[in-house]
Structure formats: structure tokens, C-alpha cells
Design a protein around this ligand. Structure first.
Ligand SMILES: Cc1cc2nc3c(=O)[nH]c(=O)nc-3n(C[C@H](O)[C@H](O)[C@H](O)COP(=O)(O)O)c2cc1C
Length: 211
């Protein structure tokens, strides 16, 4: 059985070194934020590639991996980038409520975020769009230069056309997405007893939960 087994009962004896935020609600939230910040900068961090879940038009959940591109602790948002033609963009227009999931197996920490997604496009978001686009590497830009919509059915996997000119280098279809964090749920697995907490930023509350 894995040492991260969820059904472990609290034990008195100590296991691996425990984080100093173990019994401290505010410090646990701060640690969660620091992991998100690191997830942006450190490509090797498990938090670099979270999952984002949305609802389809039929009301079915759908989930995918994205790269974490930004974290603004002041405004309580994280950011990822995508294609304007992707399914998730259509879905967030219908229903901006979504969930994000992060798990760092080495730290044994899971974060679940309840978020409101916002596509940063149009005149109101010009500055944010420009900043995100300028920070994008040529290799990432290529993805947005595809002329068919992502997810389109094709007969031949080689029949995918990229056209930098026709797509303005990819900028035509690139869109940063802000995830406004409404709630953050912290789960820290530890041999001496797991710690679970809910930080509700809409109601400004923080509580321990039964793990
Ligand atoms: C490691 C990894 C990172 C990914 N990063 C992104 C990303 O940052 N943005 C994105 O739109 N898709 C990303 N994808 C692809 C998505 O998971 C997904 O397949 C694609 O966006 C289509 O999703 P949709 O049709 O639900 O919108 C990534 C996939 C993997 C495996």
C-alpha cells in the first residue's frame, strides 16, 4: 500500500518531516498560494500542469490539462492560455463556473479550486492580452497557427495546416484565460493525520474540514 494511502488513521509517531503550516490555517493558505506561484515559474513543479474542468452544453463534465501561466495572489487569479476555437472557450461562455485540480505527489498536497473563468479578449483586456502574447515563445505560438479548429475531425493526421501569415503568427486565435478563484480547498496528506481546509474568498471565511 502506498504511504499516501488515504485511509490511514491519524498516528502519534512522526513520519516524514512535516510542514510548519500543518496546524495553521492561514499558513496553509499561504503555502497553497506559494505552490501556485512556483507552478508558474517551475516547469518541473507538479502544479505547472493543472486540470481544468468545465461543463459541456449537455451538462456533462469535461476535463483537460493546461499549463499554468500566471498567478496573481492579490487579485486571487491564476491564468492559462488557450485557442479561441477550443471547446473550453465555448463552454466557459455558456457557464464560466469551473474547477481546477492540482496534486503534488512529492509534497502530498492537493488543491482544488472553484473558479470563474474569464477569457481575456476584447478592448477591456487589451493590456493583459498583449502582455501574455508577448511572453509567449515561438514554439507555443505555433499551436495557434493551425488553420482548422482544434478538435475538428480529419481523415489524415498529417492533414493539419499551419499558416503563420493567415493567423497573424497565431495571435488571431490565442487567448489568455483568467481563473478567478472563489474557493480553495487544501488537502495535506500526513501520516500523523491529514489536514483539510476550505478558504472561501467570496465569503472571506476559512475553516478546517474533516479530511
Ligand atoms: C501537459 C499538457 C499541457 C497542456 N497545456 C495546454 C494549455 O496550456 N492550453 C490548452 O488549451 N491546451 C493544453 N493542453 C491540451 C488540452 O489538455 C486539451 O487537449 C486541449 O486544449 C483541447 O481541450 P478542449 O477541447 O476541452 O478545449 C495540454 C495538454 C497537456 C497534456
Amino acid at each position: 500500500m502506498s504511504d499516501t494511502s488515504f485511509d490511514q488513521k491519524p498516528q502519534k509517531q512522526s513520519g516524514p518531516p512535516i510542514l510548519s503550516c500543518y496546524d495553521d490555517l492561514a499558513a496553509s493558505a499561504a503555502y497553497g498560494w506559494s505552490m501556485l506561484e512556483r507552478g508558474v515559474k517551475d516547469r518541473k513543479s507538479a502544479f505547472h500542469t493543472p486540470s481544468v474542468a468545465t461543463l459541456t452544453a449537455e451538462g456533462a463534465p469535461t476535463i483537460r490539462t493546461v499549463v499554468l501561466r500566471g498567478c496573481d495572489t492579490q487579485n486571487k487569479t491564476v491564468r492559462f492560455h488557450t485557442d479561441t476555437r477550443s471547446g473550453k472557450i465555448a463552454e466557459l461562455r455558456d457557464n464560466p463556473h469551473a474547477a481546477m485540480h492540482f496534486y503534488d505527489a512529492s509534497a502530498k498536497i492537493q488543491l482544488r479550486l472553484a473558479v470563474r473563468l474569464e477569457a481575456l479578449s476584447g478592448p477591456a483586456h487589451q493590456a493583459a492580452y498583449e502582455a501574455a502574447w508577448h511572453a509567449t515563445r515561438p514554439m507555443s505560438r505555433e499551436c495557434y497557427q493551425v488553420t482548422q479548429s482544434p478538435g475538428s475531425v480529419i481523415d489524415d493526421p498529417y492533414a493539419v495546416a499551419f499558416d503563420a501569415k493567415a493567423t497573424d503568427d497565431g495571435a488571431d486565435y490565442f487567448v489568455p484565460v483568467a481563473a478567478h478563484i472563489l474557493r480553495m480547498e487544501w488537502l495535506y496528506l500526513a501520516a500523523r493525520g491529514h489536514r483539510r481546509a476550505l478558504f472561501d474568498f467570496e465569503n472571506d471565511t476559512q475553516n478546517w474540514l474533516v479530511p
